[in-house]
Design a protein around this ligand. Structure first.
Ligand code: CP
Ligand code: NVA
Length: 305
């Protein structure tokens, strides 16, 4: 079998490649804004997107990215495929590889993503699992560097739940050499395996239950929903426990004066973040959403190079 270039997790890809992807995304974005003709290197190629969970940004930005690059897209949901009736992930990957050029998958099951990649002879992209969201964090890193220059040596604060987006940010901290201060309630702190990874990676990441400690003097404050996909059954308990971790004007005021706010969206206004902060001058969330389009073009080009 050939060895396709999968895009699965930020800690698995050399940092030089990650940097090149961000550089390329910034170039592509600038060229597009300047009205320059866009290269279409993916003419005749097809991206299949498999979604086991809902999506607005990931779905639309990958679809538009592929079309801008000259390719075609196809959207499938797990339930309408034989996958939903018990066909194995491996067999699905082998068959899809015979028709299409690249697969993007969103599934809660991280092991299933890796099983898909192991059995696919075409590249597989992680469109989010319960454990990570690397395309989102690549767009976030791009957004940070566009606004504030190199992220190396900066301090990034997280307040809220320990989830997939945080895990990919932690992978990025190890790769790009920035500090992270993570505040979560004890009930929703990073699990043992992720903490063991932090120790092994020697990333500069500290943990606490105190959001004020995390945010003080930080260059960027990040939060995300308190009820990620798959957590719906314990929503009420989560909202209650996570309430002290809300990013509001009071918390944001403790960060550096020039700090930016990031949130992958969708936001739950009035829960993890207030309207005042999300719509305020420090918010970078709309650029983050836009940058999904540009970084994913760079990722698609790299996977298919
Ligand atoms: N941020 C993000 O991945 O959004 P969607 O769930 O809408 O794709
Ligand atoms: N942490 C969120 C991200 C949504 C894009 C979730 O998993 O639902």
């Amino acid at each position: 079998m050939s060895h396709p270039r999968h895009f699965l997790d930020i800690d698995r890809i050399p940092v030089e490649t990650l940097r090149a992807l961000i550089k390329r995304a910034i170039e592509v974005k600038r060229a597009r804004k300047a009205g320059k003709p866009q290269a279409t290197p993916l003419v005749g190629r097809t991206l299949t997107m498999v979604f086991d969970q809902p999506s607005t940004r990931t779905r639309v930005s990958f679809d538009v990215a592929m079309r801008h690059l000259g390719g075609h897209t196809m959207m499938l949901t797990g339930t309408e495929m034989q996958l939903g009736r018990g066909e194995t992930v491996g067999d699905t990957a082998r068959v899809l590889s015979r028709y299409i050029d690249i697969i993007m998958i969103r599934t809660l099951d991280h092991a299933m993503l890796y099983e898909m990649a192991e059995n696919s002879s075409v590249p597989v992209i992680n469109g989010m699992t319960k454990s990570s969201h690397p395309c989102q964090v690549m767009a976030d890193l791009m957004t940070f560097e566009e606004r504030k220059g190199s992220i190396a040596g900066k301090t990034i604060a997280w307040s809220g739940d320990s989830n997939n987006v945080l895990a990919s940010w932690m992978h990025a901290a190890a790769q790009f050499g920035f500090a992270m201060r993570v505040a979560t309630p004890p009930e929703f702190a990073p699990r043992e395996a992720l903490r063991a990874w932090v120790d092994k990676s020697r990333a500069n990441i500290e943990f606490s239950n105190d959001p004020q400690w995390a945010v003080r003097g930080a260059d960027c404050v990040i939060t995300d929903t308190w009820v990620s996909m798959g957590d719906e059954q314990e929503a009420a308990r989560r909202l209650n426990i996570l309430h002290p971790y809300q990013v509001n004007a009071g918390l944001m005021a403790l960060a550096d004066n020039e700090a930016i706010l990031m949130h992958c969206l969708p936001a739950h206004r009035g829960e993890e973040v207030t309207d005042e902060v999300l719509d305020g001058p420090q918010s970078a969330v709309w650029d983050e959403a836009e940058n999904r389009l540009h970084i994913q073009k760079a990722i698609l080009e790299w996977c298919l190079a």
